[in-house]
Design a protein around this ligand. Sequence first.
Ligand code: TYD
Ligand code: MG
Length: 455
Amino acid sequence: MAKQRHQYVCQQCGYVSRKWYGRCPDCQKFNSLIEEIAPVNHSSDSQRRGIAISSNKPQSIAAITASDEDRLRTNISELDRVLGGGLVPGSVVLIGGDPGIGKSTLLLQMCSQLSETHSSVLYVSGEESAPQTKLRANRLDINSDSLYVLCENNYEQIESHISALNPQVVVVDSIQTIYLAKIQSAPGSVTQLRECTGHLLLLAKSKNIPIILVGHVTKEGALAGPKILEHMVDTVLYFEGEQQQLYRVLRAVKNRFGSTNEIGVFEMVANGLSEIKNPSELFIENRQENSSGSVIVSSVEGSRPLLLELQALVSPSNLGIPRNTTTGVDRHRIALLVAVLQKRVGFSIGDSDVFVNVTGGMRLNERGIDLGLALAIASSHREKPIDSATVVLGEVGLGGEVRPVSHIEKRLQESQKLGFTRVIFPKFNRKGMKVLDGIELIGVSDLYEALGVVF
Ligand code: TYD
Ligand code: MG
């Protein structure tokens, strides 16, 4: 028997070395090199990763046929939207998220939907036994003859079952539990992850079926395993949300076949995940009217506008150094807005603690909510509530000027739909803007003017 060769692989970036280093020479992370047994035959199939399965010839792009009709619709419209209109045959999708967030639930529900229109759908579980999956299915009220469950960790076995069954869609839950027997390192190690994903990519392309992989995340929230995994697959989705909150947001971070701005919103209920078609209603539902520090803003995620409530609390600091504590928005943005409020409009809040919260557990990194944040902070500082039928839009510059936002029409329509009667927006956006029934539109050019309108 050939002598085993050992190698050291960085668990963060996948760097391979014969020698051990305390710090990865490539990504510079400390203590990330772990000893693994090198694959026996390095020029295996997965080394030829990519889509060149047969000898392809160059062809004119005009002669290639492809249409959006080929996409497999999952009939879960929130999921379809994030995928860019459905699953693309031959593609590999990776879904990551915290444990218990609902990845297995979502995918089992997706398989059930697909099995209604397709003759066979395969759910491979490397984490749960068949009876455990059945218990989950019972809870979700899933019982379909064409949904097959395979509890297996060995890649070669999985591949032979796929060849025999010929399913139209395959789910692998999770990629960290699958191993190739010819590679001796443990499941979940960088070498196994890379090789198994490479084999699954080839399989998806050669059979022209979509394969969905579940990926674990590290405690920092990134997908576990080397970054190369995210480069290899076609689409990377994150399923996120607070454990305590009922709703979950599905977000695309990479999509070769669609936009990465789209989000899907779900709610975890007793019998699985249910879609939330109108998230704005839910996000502002429990709002306490006429309380200081609360402002409604509109943020556009992909093609969809969302209305959300921002809450701010300004209180004198008990410590020498004031703190900014935020959930859902960037702390540095708050520090900037506090400085602008202080310098440009003379608010003395530099030595106060500022707490900011986006209700509903959403994360926002859009600049269009700046003005809303600034007004929420101002409202809390002055202890004066802002009229609860008002929506605030606009980016704030360092000079205190209010800058234009994108998709103004969509934001206004959503505000009108949900019964808001006043919108404060950047004056720059006025050009070509349509008048909407029942909404008073107030254009402002700087923070000072906006404060004059609300107080
Ligand atoms: P799960 O899909 O197992 O999460 P993941 O695969 O991402 O680890 O989801 C498990 C959580 O969802 C668990 O805390 C229980 C909850 N849940 C419900 O509330 N309702 C349901 O119908 C199901 C199946 C799960
Ligand atoms: Mg799971």
